[in-house]
Write a protein that binds this ligand. Structure first.
Ligand code: ADP
Ligand code: ASP
Ligand code: MG
Length: 417
């Protein structure tokens, strides 16, 4: 008998009808003869709504209380899904993150899973039940409730699949697989039969919301067989695995974008050893992740440099820059929000030198200015203004030969958002 972990995202369980539909799919899978563990997210836009609600009462809510609040969304889903399955004649039980034995590091808002002791999951399965676990949440050793970061239910599913030694982890969502880019932006995007862990990891880190980056990391680390597929159709999804064949003549597997980028520039910094270490050390101490860093030429012993951070933390980052001014004197620091980062990803890029140049030509051909660039063996990223983003993504998609003649599947006919 095989064990399957099935994960359903928020839009897949957003209404009672959808909840029933999902329950039906779970029961059908069980009837095929598998043991089933389900991971589920909060219904629809619940998490966003809870965040909005909290902001009305405290513009800067404490991280501990945010986790306490946001985990309620998943707790609603697991209970409703379990009772829906019971109503349809199945045997199901719900478990919160801590009941499922998911321990995390003591960090609020984006905790990493430290350990999973899924005794109660095993016990439920042994009794013949479908075990439904709340995604996105865990508990610290000290008993504090934590969350894994936005989109983190994918990570719960993959980590559980690894801990349970499951045969398969299926991520059910509102598109029918991983596409060459967000099919909401490019309707004739290319659905991928398979993608490598490394490429998916890169796409996820660069903004492709379809999988949480840490879920892909765990899948790679523990060799979890991972499939992304639709909640609403039976079409085959996309396999995420160690190796995936590339179509002849295609070097770029996918295009991702991150819509929430800010650039900070520090001008007129003394060009002496240790300056970068002090600035980025202080940002790291404040828990601020820095992405692209560019240092420009030195003039009169003074240097300018720029770097990007998430738009959410730009104010906090500017405050840190102000605080280090005593240790690192500079002439001026500025910030620019509302930028986006668009990236191309493909494992074959390293052996195809013209790929980056083609990206720059395509973007500049639209009259769009590239503000920053960063490259690795399997990706090139450009920071640009937000306004032309969709046009840039579409032009790149065409330039790299990724367009198809088919319309991507987004949502479902009877269950469109
Ligand atoms: P869920 O609630 O099921 O977790 P998400 O909204 O987190 O769903 O992720 C699915 C969404 O990811 C899709 O609706 C799609 O707009 C977006 N997406 C971004 N990039 C891609 C891609 N390359 N392939 C498929 N979907 C993508
Ligand atoms: N409900 C959480 C979120 O909206 C977790 C998830 O959906 O994966 O981010
Ligand atoms: Mg998601």
């Amino acid at each position: 008998m095989s064990l399957i972990v099935m994960k359903f995202g928020g839009s897949s369980v957003g209404t009672p009808d959808r909840m029933r539909h999902v329950a039906g799919r779970i029961l059908a899978r069980q009837r095929e003869g598998h043991d089933i563990v389900v991971v589920v997210s909060a219904m629809g836009d619940t998490t966003d709504d809870l965040i909005d609600l909290s902001k009305q009462l405290n513009p800067n809510p404490p991280a501990r209380e945010m986790d306490m609040l946001l985990t309620t969304g998943e707790q609603v889903s697991i209970a409703l899904l379990a009772m829906t399955i019971q109503a349809m004649g199945g045997e199901a039980m719900s478990l919160t993150g801590w009941q499922a034995g998911i321990t995390t590091e003591p960090v609020h808002g984006r905790a990493k899973i430290a350990d999973i002791a899924p005794d109660r999951v095993h016990a439920g399965l042994k009794e013949g039940r479908i075990v439904i676990v709340a995604g996105f949440q865990g508990v610290t050793e000290a008993g504090e409730i934590t969350t894994l970061g936005r989109g983190g239910s994918d990570t719960t599913a993959v980590a559980l699949a690894a801990a349970l030694n499951a045969d398969l982890c299926e991520i059910y969502t509102d598109v029918d697989g991983v596409y060459s880019t967000d099919p909401r932006v490019v309707r004739n995007a290319r659905k991928l039969d398979a993608i490598t862990y490394d490429e998916m990891l890169e796409l996820a880190h660069l903004g492709a919301a379809v999988l949480h980056p840490r879920a892909v990391e765990y899948a790679k680390q523990y060799n979890v067989t991972l499939v992304v597929r639709s909640s609403f159709t039976d079409r085959e999804g996309t396999q995420v695995k160690e190796e995936a064949a590339m179509e002849q003549g295609i070097v770029v597997r996918g295009i991702a974008y991150d819509k929430n980028v800010a650039r900070i520039s520090i001008m007129g910094v003394e060009d002496v050893p240790g300056v970068l270490a002090k600035v980025f050390g202080a940002l790291a101490d404040a828990g601020i992740d820095v992405d692209i860093i560019v240092q420009s030429g030195v003039q009169d012993g003074k240097a300018d440099f720029s770097f990007t951070v998430s738009g959410d933390v730009v104010d906090a980052a500017m405050q840190v820059i102000e605080e280090v001014r005593g240790a690192v004197p500079y002439r001026e620091a500025t910030s620019e929000s509302g930028l986006v980062k668009v990236s191309i990803v493909g494992a074959g890029m390293v052996s195809n030198p013209g790929v980056a140049a083609q990206m720059f030509q395509t973007i500049s051909g639209l009259g769009v200015n590239i503000k920053m660039v960063s490259t690795s063996e399997i990706k090139v990223s450009c920071v640009i203004d937000a306004e032309p983003l969709n046009d840039v993504v579409r032009a790149l998609h065409t330039a790299y030969g990724l367009d198809t003649n088919e319309q991507a599947f987004v949502g479902g006919p009877q269950v469109r958002r």
